[in-house]
Ligand binder design. Structure first.
Ligand SMILES: [Zn+2]
Length: 232
């Protein structure tokens, strides 16, 4: 491999290293966290919480209803026991009884509404549980794929790193420094292949004299316009 071909090979290697490193980072992020599962988990927790709150309310109202029922029975027993004879007292007991019955009726309406709300909340919680299960199953499947991809990327990156070191070691240190500087300042493209008689990066025509030096391939020839190392 002549000098310019080696530099081109180095650039191709470096570009693949950049690309694979970027992908490896994405895979690591995806392995660490899955936004779909996180959202499904939050939705499931919220649905369960709402269901719990509604069930709590239902339970409280049921206790209230039981209390009213006991109270009503007590009043009825006194009212029909025959032991109370005073008309005023009887009238008072009857008023009390009617009041408790009205309260009970209102409470029954509320209980009915609550039962419906609990049913709906239960359905939502079931849906959320199913969605979470699906998201987790999909995640488990993706994890396998991503772990395989991570292993593949890691193996390829190790190969590339070794290749890069070999290429750099075979080059003159001054040329390597020049290449590194250009890669930094030219957005990762230090070496530009010729396109007919022009620089493949900036498109400016290269004088014939320079062209033949590039074709010889044993010296660094820079594009007179963009300053990149030219190659065939
Ligand atoms: Zn150029």
């Amino acid at each position: 491999m002549n000098l310019v071909a080696a530099l081109w090979h180095l650039q191709v290697t470096d570009q693949e290293i950049d690309e694979k490193t970027k992908r490896a980072r994405q895979v690591e992020d995806a392995l660490a966290n899955d936004p779909t599962v996180v959202a499904a988990r939050a939705a499931h927790a919220a649905a369960q919480k709402q269901l719990g709150e509604l069930r709590g309310l239902q339970h409280d109202r049921e206790l209230e209803a039981k209390g009213l029922e006991t109270k009503t029975k007590e009043i009825e027993q006194r009212l029909y026991s025959g032991r109370v004879t005073s008309p005023r007292e009887l009238e008072g007991l009857d008023r009390d009884l009617q009041m408790h019955k009205r309260q009970r009726s209102a409470l029954d309406d509320k209980l009915l509404e609550l039962m419906e709300a609990v049913e709906q909340a239960q359905a939502r919680a079931n849906d959320a549980a199913r969605a979470l299960e699906q998201a987790e199953a999909k995640r488990a499947h993706n994890l396998e794929q991503m772990e395989r991809e991570r292993a593949g990327l890691s193996a390829r990156l190790a190969e590339l790193a070794a290749d890069r070191e070999r290429t750099r070691a075979a080059l003159d240190p001054g040329v390597v420094r020049q290449y590194d500087r250009l890669r930094q300042t030219k957005a990762g493209r230090a070496v530009a292949p010729l396109k007919r008689d022009a620089c493949g990066a900036c498109g400016v025509a290269v004088p014939t004299g320079l062209m033949s030096r590039v074709q010889a391939g044993d010296a660094v020839v820079l594009c007179p316009s963009c300053g990149r190392i030219l190659t065939v």
